[in-house]
Design a protein around this ligand. Sequence first.
Ligand code: FES
Ligand SMILES: [Fe+2]
Length: 341
Amino acid sequence: MEVHALQDRRPGAPRKRMLASPVPAEGENGLFSQSWFPICLATDIPKGKVIGRPFLDGRVVAFRGDDGIARVMSAYCPHMGADLSIGTVVGNNVQCAFHKWEMNGDGWCEKTGVGDPAPKNACVYAFPVQERWGVVFAFNGDTPTWDLPNFRYPDDELLVSVSPRIDFSADPWVFAANTPDAAHLLTVHGLEGNPFVPEEDINWFEHGFMYHSEWLHWGDKKLDWDIGIYGTSLFIQDGTLDGQWFGLAAPFGMPEPGKSFSYFINVVHKGDGSDRSELRAKEWLRVSTNLEITFGTQDLDILNGIHYRPGSMTRSDKFLAKFLDYLRAYPRAHPSADFIR
Ligand code: FES
Ligand SMILES: [Fe+2]
């Protein structure tokens, strides 16, 4: 007989909220998770252009010099703090609009506007940068601790479509926690399958996990995919619907605590290069992109308003519970703090 359950629910019995320890919020104690975050689209910075963006509760500039390399640096000039996003790209340097100091590709001041020698220590913070799938990423840290993952096909065999920026009102890890939350695939997305994910289906590694699962979607179509999270900010999916391959990378940006944004990067295989296969690939990219947009939209209202507090859990939450532990222990730092504010 379930005496305890009955006793707990007697009218007038005290109620106690069951709460596990919280996941640290981004920005808590001035720290952010050490992860790759998207900054802007590659097309936002053609050669010779500099733009400003909020990042890690501060401000950075992204620019591209003559060498074609995308760079991300703290936005405030080491001289008097002018915003470098209103400056100019000169060669591979960014030049401040105020007294024309020039910072080189590594962030060091190379020259001043009036001919004084550049002070030895004058620099901005230069973030590690990667450009993949049409998006510019910066790592929160002096040295990246992990690399952006690959799809099962090399990038040059992919047809890629990148969505416009989508803004959210939650930290990136809140969206990341959606992936090990297999139960919600049934309750929110309407997939059919087993929400209990056995340990052996999950491949945990130091900075993330991938797991293999099979579902039924759209009534009878088999969804057979590997999905996972890298760091705290990148969702990746690689699998087939009804035997046809498609992939998605959804990186989540970190402009300020409690906010994020994403670009949904949808990919399909280009095919054999013939006109017919190109047409087919384009159509499949359109269909699979719509599928992902539907998935994303279904999560949106829930995650935008959530006060993410792990409470009572069941057997199907085991994977999620382990991921929440991973998040609690995830390395956090803010080495650019003195530069970007
Ligand atoms: S504030 Fe940038 S050069 Fe003076
Ligand atoms: Fe979801």
